[in-house]
Design a protein around this ligand. Structure first.
Ligand SMILES: O=P(O)(O)OC[C@H]1O[C@H](O[C@H]2O[C@H](CO)[C@@H](O)[C@H](O)[C@H]2O)[C@H](O)[C@@H](O)[C@@H]1O
Length: 288
């Protein structure tokens, strides 16, 4: 199969989204999740790094399109650093929307803007060790303190799915007690403030660009569903869009079914996304 067929969207709306992106790339917005999409999933979240081929492809693509934005559950500055974005050529206008949109980092200025630190996180942080102990959390359960949110990871336990299930209810109670919500992800339950999600973040970013002619969104996890819904909504309003699913490639881990079902195009993980971004850069360059 050639690359053109490999990256052909399976839906008419997806094909229209891709066609609009390629017809007027300078008005297109490329929006990408970080973990599982730009960066391969690894056991230790602190060791996650963007796939080098994805960064190289973005370096070529970013100067050709209207905007590139990374929309992530990570703190924005952490995603920028783990992505290697500050040092990468061509990414001088990249934006990272972190903490599901509560933070924003601009490559142009290296400035970080953030909403007020949420109340409730400090109290939940203090109570979390006790809650984990009383719940019988499996050995290997690990807390990622993200400052304005707390991620409880079970990937490094002996039975990640069972370890996660065990914690759903106690963490839901802890979150509710402190005005937080639980954001579920790939072997992680995150306690975070309500009021933002990737859909609202992407919608606001697109609203800053009234001339946007197309939007591509790529994600891999439940937290990306609101961004998918935002693209669907903008498509209904007439903005062409392409929904890409970075399919799970970690042994024994199922991909997020809802995302795969809604996507116009699936790629095999960050390496596949890198190929897609490379293909887009090739096609835009050869047309120009
Ligand atoms: O919105 P994203 O950019 O996809 O971030 C979502 C969460 O990703 C990270 O956790 C996930 O990736 C880890 C590294 O590969 C993996 O070990 C873990 O099992 C995954 O859930 C990150 O640690 C979280 O802070 C993000 O919210």
């Amino acid at each position: 199969m050639g690359r053109t067929e490999q990256f052909a969207p399976s839906t008419p709306v997806g094909r229209a989204g891709l066609a609009a992106l390629l017809a007027a790339p300078s008005e297109a917005v490329i929006a990408l999740d970080f973990d599982g999409t730009l960066a391969p999933i690894v056991p230790d979240p602190e060791q996650a790094r963007a796939h080098p081929d994805a960064v190289a492809a973005l370096s070529r693509l970013a100067p050709l399109v209207g905007a590139v934005v990374v929309v992530t559950g990570r703190p924005a500055e952490v995603a920028a650093r783990y992505g290697g974005f500050p040092a990468a050529p061509g990414l001088g206008h990249l934006t990272v929307l972190g903490h599901y949109g509560a933070e924003r980092w601009e490559a142009e200025t290296a400035e970080l803007t953030a909403a007020e630190p949420p109340p409730g996180v400090a109290a939940a942080r203090a109570e979390l060790p006790g809650v984990l102990e009383r719940s019988g959390a499996h050995p290997g359960t690990w807390v990622e303190d993200k400052g304005r949110a707390l991620g409880v990871h079970t990937r490094r336990t002996g039975a990640p799915e069972a370890a996660l299930e065990l914690l759903r209810e106690p963490l839901a109670h802890l979150a509710a007690d402190h005005g937080l919500i639980v954001e579920p992800g790939r072997y992680v339950l995150e306690l975070r403030p309500p009021g933002v999600d990737k859909g609202a973040a992407l919608t606001a970013f697109l609203a800053e660009r009234p001339r946007a002619g197309a939007v591509l969104y790529a994600g891999d996890d439940l937290g990306d569903l609101p961004a998918y819904a935002a693209v669907e909504k903008r498509r209904a309003d007439g903005l062409p869009g392409l929904l890409v699913c970075s399919s799970g490639t970690v042994a024994g881990e199922a991909q997020v079914r809802e995302l795969a079902e809604q996507a116009d195009l699936s790629v095999p993980g960050p390496a596949g996304l890198a190929e897609l971004l490379t293909e887009l850069a090739d096609r835009i360059e050869s047309a120009g």
